[in-house]
Design a protein around this ligand. Structure first.
Ligand SMILES: N[C@@H](CCC(=O)N[C@@H](CS)C(=O)NCC(=O)O)C(=O)O
Length: 207
């Protein structure tokens, strides 16, 4: 059994999607980040960066003590290694996927998160004239990243080889594209991939 420390956000969805795709039994442990659950000492013991998602695996490969993992990219990699699914075993295929997983972790996720902050959240508290720079900076960067992904998807159905943890990491960060100041019609290859990936049953299971 795996405990999934979870709240319904793009980073949380990545892991619920992977668990569903793998058919692994799991138990949801809600971490209400609006109520401050991420700062509770028992959660910080698992996730010292006070961010969800995190997992605790009660049956780790090879047995032994429980394994806990935080950071969604590391969790996806752990689950892929545990199950042998959605991450190729050969060197070239593996790094093809891992580079795009890391592209999401280091680029798309943080930049889209900031774009969402300036476009959606900050206007509730901050005068509009103070927000334009941040809104433009991060929306432009998301626009660039969407362009990179669109180009990548010009001649392939998935981001790297077969459907993989790279697709699972990226897809939830396209869902809120309007909040990031983007129009999917500007990125036709990305749009096709987004719509098709959204039809997978696991993409629907966002608790
Ligand atoms: N790089 C981390 C980011 C996780 C993250 O930012 N989680 C947010 C929700 S999407 C969170 O827990 N926020 C709580 C807070 O800001 O205190 C990952 O991918 O796991």
């Amino acid at each position: 059994m795996i405990d999934l420390y979870y709240w319904p956000t793009p980073n949380g969805w990545k892991i619920s999607i992977m668990l569903e795709e793998c058919g692994l039994p799991y138990r949801l442990v809600p971490v209400n980040i609006g109520a401050g659950d991420q700062f509770k000492p028992e959660f910080l013991r698992i996730s010292p960066n006070n961010r969800m998602p995190a997992i605790v695996d009660h049956e780790p490969p090879g047995g032994g003590e429980l394994v806990s993992v935080f950071e969604s990219g590391a969790i996806l990699q752990y689950l892929a290694e545990k199950t042998g699914k959605f991450l190729p075993k050969d060197l070239r295929g593996r790094y093809e996927v891992l580079q795009w997983l890391n592209w999401q972790m280091g680029g798309l996720g943080p930049m889209a998160g900031q774009a969402g902050h300036f476009n959606l959240y900050a206007p509730q508290f901050t005068p509009a004239e103070q927000l334009a720079y941040g809104q433009q900076r991060y929306s432009n960067e998301v626009n660039r990243l969407f362009g990179v992904l669109n180009k990548r998807l010009a001649d392939r159905p998935f981001v790297a080889g077969d459907y993989s943890v790279a697709d699972m990491a990226i897809w939830p960060w396209i869902v809120g594209y309007k909040n990031f100041g983007q129009k999917l019609d500007d990125f036709p290859n990305l749009k096709t991939w987004f719509v098709e990936t959204g039809k997978r049953p696991a993409s629907d299971r966002q608790w």
